[in-house]
Write a protein that binds this ligand. Structure first.
Ligand code: IPM
Ligand code: MG
Length: 364
């Protein structure tokens, strides 16, 4: 089969890690006789520089007419001026919103070979295997008003956290459905002791729970959840939460997998099902890491695993996705490490070498 892929490398380490993911994809395509038609587009800071807009209409069109979108990272100090009219991140947020990608899946699975790479005790993280579902197109990221203004007492700024019943219900349903395909345990994270949006969130979760009698629902406050993730991460199966809580908790959770460079993500417009094809965007959870851009030291694995998720959720290529995941596992088992996950007695490799090793295992 032939698939049209929108490829958006973005800023910082984005282009380097995307190159390696493409290498692995092409090796997979060759092995399984699948054709990936790569269509590159601009997003983020490079798009501001070259087209005056972090999401040029051409890029949006490209994504809307593709089978899936693979994205590197956006942002960097060059575009950080607080008075700037637009930021690279606006491109990413608009893309998520315009494509309707409300469900962001972030699996946290510890590779056995990396148990020692985490700063946490091995016995704590052995067997950790859970998935975050982060609401991605609502909440404080998008709520209006959102602005800064001058008052007689000085400057003032406001962000608004808003959610509708429909927005909350559809993301919670993704949580319940996904829990059904796993260990049937759903944790819903909120701040219902303080926030009105969270109280609505909790009410709706409680209301729809009887429709999923096979799923055990537990409510946890976000601050307590942050603690439990470090205290007993193995207790989690599926965690569903709103946009900003999910942003924060997933960075925290990346410590479990050894590094931010290991965590992949899928952003979807509906309930994910293997073997069906829905438009999605796939990106590592880490940022553009401008301080290490161009040095061939960034870890490409999060992006490579995101490409595997793309095969699974948007292209219906489950077998191919598994081959990539196994290739990553084998290369880690053989002791190859980028510097962020380096450990005693292991073999240090660069971004390109890591990509070559994984592509080699896929083809071999
Ligand atoms: C993420 C990132 C983005 C977010 C930034 C780059 C806007 O941190 O995908 O987690 O906050 O959603
Ligand atoms: Mg983040």
């Amino acid at each position: 089969m032939k698939f049209d892929l929108a490829v958006l490398p973005g800023d910082g380490v984005g282009p380097e890690i995307i190159d390696e993911a493409i290498k692995v994809l092409l090796a997979t395509g060759q092995k399984f006789k699948q054709t990936f038609n790569l269509r590159y587009g601009l997003v983020g800071g490079v798009a501001i520089d070259q087209a005056g807009n972090p999401l040029p209409p051409k890029t949006l069109k490209l994504c809307q007419t593709s089978d899936a979108v693979l994205l590197g990272a956006v942002g960097g100090p060059k575009w950080d001026d607080p008075r700037a009219r637009t930021r690279p991140e606006d491109g990413l947020l608009t893309l998520r919103k315009k494509l309707g990608l409300f469900a962001n899946l972030r699996p946290v699975k510890v590779f056995p070979a990396l148990v020692d790479a985490s700063s946490l005790k091995p016995k704590l993280i052995e067997g950790v295997d859970f998935i975050f579902i982060r609401e991605l197109t609502g909440g404080i990221y998008f709520g209006r008003p959102k602005r800064e203004w001058q008052t007689p007492q000085g400057r003032r700024a406001v962000d608004s956290m808003t959610y509708t019943e429909a927005e909350i219900e559809r993301i919670l349903r993704v949580g319940f459905e996904l829990a059904r395909t796993r260990r049937h345990k759903l944790v819903s994270v909120d701040k219902a002791n303080v926030l009105q949006t969270s109280r609505l969130w909790r009410q709706i979760a409680t209301e729809i729970a009887p429709q999923y009698p096979d799923v055990e629902l537990e409510h946890i406050l976000v601050d307590a959840c942050a603690m439990w993730l470090m205290l007993n991460p193995a207790r989690f199966d599926v965690i569903v939460t709103e946009n900003m809580f999910g942003d924060i908790l997933t960075d925290e959770s990346s410590i479990l997998g050894g590094s931010m460079g290991m965590l992949a993500s899928a952003s979807l417009a509906g309930i994910p099902r293997e073997e069906t094809r829905t438009l999605g965007m796939y990106e590592p959870i880490h940022g553009s890491a401008p301080q290490i851009a161009g040095l061939n030291i960034a870890n490409p694995i999060a992006t490579i695993l995101s490409a595997a998720m793309m095969l699974r959720y948007s292209l219906g290529l489950t077998k191919e996705a598994r081959v990539i995941e196994r290739a990553v596992e084998k290369v880690l088992d053989e002791g190859y490490r980028t510097s962020d996950i380096m450990g005693e007695g292991k073999t240090k490799v660069g971004t390109k070498e890591m990509g070559n090793l994984i592509a080699g295992k896929v083809g071999g």
